[in-house]
Write a protein that binds this ligand. Structure first.
Ligand code: PEP
Length: 265
């Protein structure tokens, strides 16, 4: 079954990835100022930087980023290739705007749009088939953490993606985003995050047929003050940044921390 799966991703390298998730924020005027400031400030850094923007702004940011190393991402993608799916955006459409990444399974989509593990896995598959790298989000709620279920939950969420995508998982990026840390100002401690990243790393190693290191990002109130200590952990390869990606100065400080952390092991 796996041999028939199509994944034409560009693949990642050992460079760290800092991806901004703008969520449902922005305007034509604000985007231009933000993107120009980020591009100006990231000149010469040796890490990947992306912004995952609302779908209506993909074309605008595609133009703004032209000639720079800033990469473009979407915040979701349809599991379907085309057809009667009102409101959805296909991977092929995203690709037409130079989109490199698509976030799938963000906890806000799991929570407000009832996205199941299976649906997230299908979205990852649709992205991979178009050469878009899915940033697969996994993470536990506070109740699940307090019930000592963190490992069980993140492994279940990732297992669904592995099951559907087989050997193509070597092309994905994973983001560990504890739900209780998203937009709350509460960050997992570097040790808490590392513990979960190590679990995910082991699961990916066991499942991946290729000898590549799959990037695992941390997300959840990452900011200028805590980025360096999180990125110093051996299994944290980068960050998925919500609130702090909306202010160029804050986002650039996180990018600088990733640059200073150097390549992943
Ligand atoms: C996110 O929404 O992916 C996120 C990490 O948000 P924040 O950084 O605001 O917690």
């Amino acid at each position: 079954m796996w041999a028939r799966l199509s994944c034409r991703g560009e693949g990642m390298n050992r460079k760290r990835l800092i991806a901004g998730n703008w969520k449902m924020n922005g305007s034509v005027v604000a985007n231009e100022a933000l993107v120009r400031a980020v591009i100006a400030g990231m000149e010469g850094v040796n890490c990947r930087v992306a912004v995952c923007v609302p779908a209506p702004y993909l074309a605008q940011v595609q133009q703004l980023r032209a000639g720079s190393s800033l990469e473009l991402g979407a915040q979701d993608v349809s599991a379907h290739a085309q057809g009667a799916y009102t409101g959805e955006v296909s991977a092929a459409m995203l690709r037409e705007f130079g989109t490199r990444y698509a976030i799938v399974g963000h906890s806000e989509r799991r929570q407000y749009h009832a996205e199941s593990d299976a649906m997230v896995a299908d979205k990852a598959k649709a992205a991979l088939a178009e050469g878009i790298t899915p940033i697969v989000c996994v993470g536990e709620t506070l109740a699940e953490r307090e019930g000592s279920r963190t490992e069980e939950v993140v492994k279940r969420q990732l297992a669904a993606v592995i099951h559907v995508n087989g050997h193509c998982i070597s092309e994905i990026v994973v983001a560990y985003e504890p739900v209780w840390a998203i937009g709350t100002g509460k960050t997992a401690t570097p040790e808490q995050a590392q513990q979960v990243h190590a679990v995910l790393r082991a699961q990916l190693r066991a499942a991946s047929t290729r000898d590549s290191r799959i990037a695992i990002l941390y997300g959840g109130s990452m900011n200028a003050a805590n980025a360096a200590s999180l990125l110093a952990q051996p299994d944290i390869d980068g960050g998925l940044i919500g609130g702090a990606s909306l202010k160029a100065a804050d986002f650039l400080q996180i990018i600088a921390a990733a640059d200073q952390a150097g390549a992943t092991p």
